[in-house]
Design a protein around this ligand. Structure first.
Ligand SMILES: NC(=O)c1ccc[n+]([C@@H]2O[C@H](COP(=O)([O-])OP(=O)(O)OC[C@H]3O[C@@H](n4cnc5c(N)ncnc54)[C@H](O)[C@@H]3O)[C@@H](O)[C@H]2O)c1
Length: 272
């Protein structure tokens, strides 16, 4: 069954720029009635909301300053406030995109806090509370941003890769049938390849200079940069059509394909 986007309400973390911003735009083009951009950057966040309201009509987009890493803020003021305001303003919340993320192994503890803790926080609030209770229809959907680095190792950014594997694990676990039955919230994962955003600016973001050299081990075709607009148009199709628990790769400006993790039993003859 197709998940109809018309009249739905979405909350996008890290929606001030890059992929998150394009997701907001694409959702509005597809008939979503309200969007909350929740991002830690108040200047870019407000500008993003203003730009979208100019293009799509006043009151369609609100901005709430959110730091997805801060558990105290998360529980007391900040991220819950993003959900609360969404429900206050738009009455519902149907779509959550856990998109906020950084690629910076030089500050790997913060990277883990944003990319892993931030998504866990989003799941606890979105899956168990707000989407479960405030969806406007039979089903809600959460899309978690993993990466091609969430299904394959990359030697130059080992910690970033570890955080994205964690996101893959969250999709695979929160999509268990018993969870779906009790919440009617579908959980899917998106694994983009290299995409044209500020995330790709890597100066000073390695654990050390010797890590950067490891890029040489990766085939160059894997670094063909695609526009964020392309990923956004594929993302919308996934929200509408993909099954609970599925993971999708979008790279090189080609249509999304499903990444399937084989059952480990299929490897049982691969003994030493
Ligand atoms: N660009 C790529 O090549 C690529 C590839 C695969 C996956 N991704 C993933 O896509 C997502 C979006 O990245 P992007 O490429 O658009 O990067 P980006 O840097 O353009 O945007 C990231 C956004 O997240 C926000 N953010 C950062 N820390 C935050 C925090 N603590 N709380 C709230 N907001 C925060 C930033 O302010 C920014 O607006 C990330 O999860 C990233 O890992 C990107």
């Amino acid at each position: 069954m197709v998940f109809n986007l018309q009249g739905k309400v979405a909350l996008i973390t890290g929606g001030a720029r890059g992929l998150g911003f394009q997701f907001a735009k694409e959702l509005l083009k597809n008939g979503v009635r309200g969007i909350t951009i929740s991002d830690c950057d108040p200047v870019e966040g407000s500008t993003a909301a203003e730009t979208l309201n100019k293009e799509f009509g006043r009151g369609k987009v609100i901005f709430i300053k959110t730091d997805v890493t801060d558990k105290k803020q998360f529980e007391g003021l900040n991220f819950p406030e993003a959900f609360q305001k969404t429900v206050e303003v738009f009455n519902n919340v149907d779509i959550l995109i856990n998109n906020a993320g950084i690629m910076n192994d030089a500050i790997w503890e913060e990277e883990i806090a944003v990319n892993v803790n931030g998504v866990v926080h989003g799941m606890l609030l979105g899956f168990d509370k707000y989407l479960k209770n405030f969806k406007s229809d039979d089903e809600a959907v959460i899309l978690n941003m993993s990466s091609v680095g969430g299904i394959k190792g990359y030697g130059h950014v080992p910690v970033y890769v570890a955080t994205k594997f964690a996101v893959t694990g969250m999709v695979k676990s929160w999509s268990y049938p018993t969870h779906y039955e009790r919440t009617k919230v579908r959980v899917i994962g998106l694994c983009p390849g290299a995409t044209d955003t500020t995330l790709q600016v890597m100066e000073g973001k390695y654990i050390g200079p010797e890590y950067e050299d490891s890029i040489k081990d990766i085939p160059v075709e894997q670094f063909v940069i695609q526009p964020a607009e392309f990923v956004a148009s594929e993302m919308v199709k996934l929200l509408m059509n993909s099954k609970n628990g599925t993971m999708w790769v979008v790279e090189g400006s080609k249509p999304a394909y499903e990444y399937i993790i084989p059952e480990r039993e299929t490897f049982k003859n691969n003994r030493l």
